[in-house]
Design a protein around this ligand. Structure first.
Ligand SMILES: Nc1ncnc2c1ncn2[C@@H]1O[C@H](COP(=O)(O)OP(=O)(O)OP(=O)(O)O)[C@@H](O)[C@H]1O
Length: 233
């Protein structure tokens, strides 16, 4: 069996709505999840059960109230629930990628640059980074005439493919995917399925939200059910 890449233990998360009388929403408690290299796990459960919240917590976009999120990183382990901001950035740069559903468009930065950036950050020369970014965009059927433009005016599906290209080009050991095919047509869904299968063969551990049952069946090894949270009596 492959080695563990991600190990979540005793995770608890609640939201406090400060602007609404301090109401608390408890999303999960005592959540455990282990994911091995090369494995793809789909977060599953009814709408509102906490799939997006868990994915964001794994990336340390949300603070958690208890528990650990251990990530195999730089010949050791990092805990995303406790790490300093600088260590979190290092994990994001070298170990854990996140493909959100929507591209956070940076004004005036062209698509090719957005996709090449993770490679540039890792010290790869501009020429090689741009050539690999172009190949990835071409594979995802983003027309070459768009590569030099900022994606603000792109269609939803084009923006999602730029986002996917950026997420996959870095070849991270752990990938978090938030509905990576939501805005895509059948041909591009097939490209994304191939990209995911390739990463799995290369040993990437993947955690994702996949509402599309066909993609889920193609790429996921198991479902991780987030049970509806019940308040203890
Ligand atoms: N930023 C936030 N502030 C307050 N409450 C939030 C916040 N984000 C999510 N919640 C609440 O946490 C719960 C889980 O939401 P989440 O978006 O994680 O569910 P989900 O399983 O991804 O849902 P869906 O399948 O509908 O996208 C919901 O009850 C939601 O209202």
């Amino acid at each position: 069996m492959n080695e563990l890449a991600l190990e979540v233990g005793g995770l608890a998360k609640r939201f406090r709505l400060h602007t609404q009388g301090g109401v608390e929403i408890e999303v999960f408690r005592d959540l455990d999840l282990a994911v091995r290299a090369g494995e793809c796990v789909a977060l599953h459960g009814p709408s509102g059960c906490g799939k997006s919240t868990l994915l964001r917590a794994l990336y340390a976009n949300y603070a958690v109230d208890a528990g650990s999120i251990r990530v195999r990183h730089a010949k050791g382990w990092a805990d995303m629930a406790r790490a300093e901001p600088r260590a979190i950035l290092d994990v994001r740069r070298r170990t854990m990628g996140y493909v959100s559903q929507f591209l956070r468009v940076i004004p005036r930065v062209p698509a090719l640059e957005i996709v090449a950036e993770p490679l540039r950050q890792r010290g790869i020369a501009a020429e090689e980074a741009h050539s690999r970014a172009g190949a990835m965009l071409a594979r995802l059927n983003v027309p070459e005439r768009l590569w030099g433009l900022a994606p603000a005016t792109f269609s939803g599906g084009e923006q999602q493919r730029v986002n996917i290209a950026r997420g996959f080009i870095a070849e991270m050991p752990i990938l978090l995917l938030d509905e990576p095919t939501a805005a895509l047509d059948a041909a591009n869904r097939a490209v994304v399925a191939d990209l995911i299968l390739e990463r799995k063969r290369a040993g990437t551990a993947i955690v994702g939200i996949f509402h599309d049952a066909e993609i889920r069946a193609q790429v996921c090894d198991r479902l991780f059910e987030i049970a509806p949270f019940k308040v203890a009596a």
